[in-house]
Design a protein around this ligand. Structure first.
Ligand SMILES: Nc1ncnc2c1ncn2[C@@H]1O[C@H](COP(=O)(O)OP(=O)(O)OP(=O)(O)O)[C@@H](O)[C@H]1O
Length: 234
């Protein structure tokens, strides 16, 4: 990995096999600074594998790729350390304590700084996970279904929070999701991973803030479902 390229992600020909099974078969991917890219695809299509490769968590994958060193990862599970208080979780590896307090305030949890992770709801814990990522002042967020385990209402609130944080901080993101609406609400482009390659790249040019009832949303939803092999009846 290295920095210095114009994009926050530049990947060419990324491959990954597990035994005889080829999961990534030459993935090319570019993400520009500030761009939010959703990554969709069937179960087992390799979305998490690609995200782990880009995050540097899977050094065995061949191919050439550069990823901004200023990246942070948020997973579906919060992955907070249970023996550290909330603020100490946010502060892991960050020397500037005030940045951590600010990040916690930005996700609306300033008053939970001294709480233990076990005292938080699932949605709050995921907010802390985002605060921990934000405190690193990332140029790129690598997000593996970060709202996937939340109930529908909490998910909507988190999507709204993500939109606000993005508008304020201007980070880029790769967002792995199963949720077509989420992709269309949050992303500038939606990619479909299929048989080891990026099989489709759909620009999402709707204005912000977005809602599912906005003009053009339904047509894009139909198009994306089609690309995912789940066409709606006409
Ligand atoms: N460490 C591993 N060892 C062996 N096989 C693996 C490993 N990691 C992933 N795989 C396999 O690679 C394939 C892709 O997995 P991956 O988790 O990347 O898919 P995904 O698109 O994220 O799936 P889902 O949408 O269900 O989360 C699967 O068949 C999985 O079993």
């Amino acid at each position: 990995m290295a920095t210095g390229t114009a994009g926050v992600v530049t990947a060419r020909g990324v491959r990954r096999s597990f035994g005889p099974a080829t999961v990534l078969d030459g993935v090319d991917l570019d993400i520009a600074p500030g761009e939010v890219v959703a990554l969709l695809g069937g179960s087992g299509s390799g979305k998490s594998t690609l995200l782990r490769v880009l995050a540097g968590l899977d050094p065995a994958a061949p191919g050439s790729y550069t990823v901004s060193e200023k990246h942070a990862v948020v997973f579906q599970e919060h992955r907070l350390l249970p023996w550290k208080r909330v603020l100490d979780n946010v502060a892991l590896g960050v020397t500037d304590r005030s940045r951590c307090t600010d990040a916690l305030a930005e996700v609306g949890l300033a008053d939970r700084a001294r709480a233990w992770p076990i005292e938080l709801s699932g949605g709050q814990a995921q907010r802390v996970a985002f605060a921990r990522a934000l405190a690193r002042e990332p140029a790129l967020l690598l997000l593996d279904e970060p709202f996937g385990a939340l109930d529908a209402l909490t998910r909507l609130r988190m999507q709204e929070l993500f939109g606000r944080l993005r508008a304020r901080h201007g980070f880029a993101a790769l967002l792995v999701t199963h949720d077509v609406e989420e992709a269309l609400l949050l992303a500038d482009r939606a990619l479909v991973l299929d048989r080891g390659v990026i099989a489709a790249d759909l620009p999402v040019t709707l204005p912000h803030p977005r809602t599912p009832d906005a003009a053009g949303f339904g047509a894009l939803r139909r198009q994306l479902l089609d690309l995912l092999g789940v066409p709606l009846p006409t």
